[in-house]
Design a protein. Structure first.
Length: 228
């Protein structure tokens, strides 16, 4: 059941996820809205409803996220609840005036995957259409990179449908390198959709000396040791 209007509902978005009268067709939040990006380990009251709404909006807009069409609400709710209990996954959410309007997930390697213990995957990054235009997609990426670095990871990888041109432009602008593609990455309405693969070396960036040291678990342990 949809929640009624409350102080948590951001300007420019009604509880039903539609633009109220007098707002732009995109339903963008007002310029004075409070933006926040954070990692969470539990849902606050209303969060589950909001993240399901945002995911449905993104799926309907062709935003990928695995689903071609929104599943039943109970399926979405169980999906998000499940994400929070998987040890290898870290959920990052974007908020406008406290309302979740997008998210991204960091997937850490499993403990038995020593050969790839230096890298994390960024998965299912999205911003609901009504919340775009505020720089939240970039903030989600920056938060993911910061958290990956803080845990000692050296590389972040991601993949995306070739149809997600706006996301691809952002990845390239942030220094992600495209290394390959899969012409049969996905299938939408019985038609194949190409997927593109990217990586970013997290050891190279602002403040980097350009000297790249060892990579992998030993380097991660070294970083954590010097950080104490």
């Amino acid at each position: 059941m949809k929640r009624g209007a409350s102080p948590k509902t951001p300007a420019g978005k009604s509880p039903a996820g539609k633009s109220p009268a007098g707002k732009s067709p995109a339903g963008k939040a007002a310029p004075q809205s409070v933006l926040r990006v954070e990692a969470i380990t539990s849902f606050q009251p209303g969060d589950l409803h909001d993240i399901c709404d945002a995911a449905e909006d993104a799926i309907n807009a062709g935003g990928g996220f695995g689903w071609v069409r929104p599943p039943e609400r109970s399926v979405l709710e169980n999906y998000w609840k499940g994400i929070l209990v998987i040890p290898e996954r870290l959920l990052i959410v974007a908020r406008i005036d406290g309302v979740i309007c997008g998210s991204a997930q960091i997937l850490r390697p499993t403990v038995n995957n020593e050969a790839q213990a230096f890298a994390v995957q960024l998965q299912h990054a999205f911003i609901a259409p009504w919340a775009r235009g505020h720089g939240l997609a970039r903030q989600l990426m920056e938060k993911a990179e910061m958290l990956a670095r803080s845990e000692g990871f050296d590389v972040i990888t991601l993949d995306v449908r070739a149809t997600q041109e706006r996301a691809i432009r952002l990845y390239e602008a942030m220094g992600y390198h495209r290394w390959g593609e899969n012409p049969f990455y996905a299938r939408v309405d019985s038609e194949p959709v190409t997927g593109l693969y990217f990586y970013k070396d997290l050891r190279v960036g602002p403040g980097s000396t350009g000297s790249i040291g060892p990579i992998g678990p030993a380097a991660r342990s070294q970083k954590r040791g010097t950080a104490k």
